[in-house]
Design a protein around this ligand. Structure first.
Ligand code: AMP
Ligand code: MG
Length: 483
């Protein structure tokens, strides 16, 4: 049998104040509920160890750990308000596993018990929220969007106290890094300058080695971190994804989607859409995500000012310059991605104007985001106009839109298909799958969704029901952190 692949703990190299060494709590009756064979294969690893009793022990707090488990310290702006100390209040970073090609990936348990950062929380997670993270991260991976991945979900065998008592769960996640913008905020506020520098150097050496060769490595770091976000957020938006809690502690410096709370995909398109029950102001709405990412990056850049230059004016200028490319990069990624969805490659004024009007047009009728682009793709592939036209409430508007599209489109169908997933993780299906699995131990829909979402550009005949938008009475209007 293969061995436990978790063999390193890189974070011990960080300044001590950045983490607390602490083992996870022992789950009383752990059970492996779902194992991500797709991911294990992608990492080039064998499944045998992951299916073993030893793996279940490692993933449930019941092992003698050969690498030091730890909880990371971080701060963060939550809905704009600064919290000086957050940290992993219910997560334990076990260490890094090594993939077949030699890369190291973090393995973290979430829902694994209290840590010094738990504050009033119990350190636990509900099974339902763990399964939610599993499904949505699988959906993101299938869409080719950088994300942390879910390796497994463990049922802990204990109930956690929420509004109602609920089954407890642990999601085992992998990530390139667990260092967040909030990690830098914590370091800047609490650590000496050389310790802050050690954190920045750690991130550069592990994730942005090219920045080390720059004339100003820390400005290069800001620019590189910003470039990842400028690419990531348009990818979210172009599949209708709303993260829901883009607090600075939920933004990874390596540009992976992280911390799946009340996140959700849009069905009917409303640009200012939010799902999260706690996002009263619409701070993290679909159409705010770019400017919020930029705001978070400004908080990141501020933390590095002491490293940029001893002269604070010069430091600010360097930071501002490092953030400057973001807006254009973001716009380019967004517009190019949208043009791929539309099958338009022309670059002239006329094409630009048309592309700019697409989302306002969809918003007028609150058209289903995914269905619209799929019907357009089918039309480009030779289908009838009727299915697309039927999405417009005003047929004259639809006919005119189509006429313009035909003039502008050079419809490379293969590119359009690659830009337009047929399947997204629709909330009503996700909620149903979670309820059936966590409350009735019925895994049929969960397993079907997990498998289908991993390959969302085509769908088996037996899964066609998963593509259907919710009836108005089925719509899920709100999602909850459900921690
Ligand atoms: P999140 O909303 O998951 O990004 O979490 C925000 C902060 O609250 C982080 O510091 C978490 O560790 C902490 N937290 C969330 N749920 C719990 C819990 N059940 N017990 C302890 N801390 C928690
Ligand atoms: Mg978080």
């Amino acid at each position: 049998m293969t061995q436990n692949p978790i063999t390193k703990q890189h974070y011990l190299d960080l300044p001590e104040a950045m983490f607390s060494a602490i083992a996870p709590s022992k789950a009383p009756a752990p059970k492996l509920l779902t194992l991500n064979h797709r991911l294990i294969k992608q990492l080039g690893l064998q499944t045998d160890w992951f299916n073993s009793p030893e793996a279940v022990a490692v993933f449930s707090g019941n092992a003698d750990y050969s690498t030091q488990p730890l909880a990371m310290a971080y701060a963060g702006h939550q809905f704009g308000g600064y919290s000086p100390l957050l940290g992993d209040g219910r997560a334990h970073l076990l260490g890094q596993l090594q993939t077949a090609n030699g890369d190291y990936l973090d393995v973290q348990l979430k829902g694994s018990g209290a840590t010094p950062y738990s504050r009033r929380g119990d350190g636990k997670a509900t099974l339902s929220s763990s399964l939610r993270e599993y499904l949505i991260s699988e959906a993101m991976a299938g869409l080719g969007i950088p994300t942390t991945n879910s390796l497994a979900v463990i049922g802990t065998g204990e109930m956690v106290q929420r509004e109602q008592p609920q089954a407890g769960g642990i999601v085992v996640r992998t990530a390139q890094s667990h260092i967040r913008v909030g990690s830098f905020q914590y370091a800047a506020a609490n650590l000496e300058r050389d310790e802050l520098q050690a954190l920045a150097d750690f991130v550069i050496s592990h994730h942005f080695p090219e920045a080390a060769n720059s004339e100003s490595p820390y400005a290069a770091l800001i620019e590189a971190v910003a470039a990842r976000q400028a690419k990531l957020i348009p990818q979210w938006m172009l599949v209708g994804f709303i993260h829901g809690v883009m607090n600075t502690d939920n933004m990874s410096v390596v540009g992976e989607t992280i911390d799946f709370g009340p996140c959700a995909f849009i069905d009917e398109f409303i640009p200012s859409k939010t799902f999260s029950s706690i996002d009263h102001q619409g701070r993290y709405a679909w159409n705010q995500q770019g400017s919020i990412a930029y705001w978070n990056l400004a908080r990141f850049a501020e933390t590095l000012l002491p490293l940029l230059d001893d002269d604070s004016d010069k430091a600010v200028t360097l930071a501002e310059n490092a953030l400057k490319p973001f807006q254009d990069q973001f716009r380019d990624h967004f517009v190019n991605g949208l043009k791929q969805k539309l099958g338009i490659s022309r670059d002239d004024e006329e094409a630009q104007q048309f592309v700019e009007q697409v989302f306002p047009t969809l918003a007028k009728d609150q058209t289903d985001f995914t269905v619209f682009f799929n019907r357009l793709t089918e039309l480009a592939a030779g289908s009838d106009e009727a299915p697309l036209l039927s999405l417009f409430s005003d047929q004259a508007v639809g006919a005119e839109w189509l006429k313009q599209w035909r003039e502008l489109s050079d419809a490379d169908v293969a590119t359009m298909r690659q830009a337009n997933p047929v399947l997204i993780a629709r909330n009503h299906q996700v909620e149903k799958a979670l309820e059936e699995a966590s409350e009735r131990d019925d895994w049929a829909l969960f397993n079907r969704l997990a498998e289908a979402l991993a390959d969302p550009y085509q769908v088996a005949d037996g899964d066609l029901d998963l593509l259907v938008p919710p009836e108005p009475q089925e719509r899920v209007m709100q999602t909850f952190c459900g921690t």
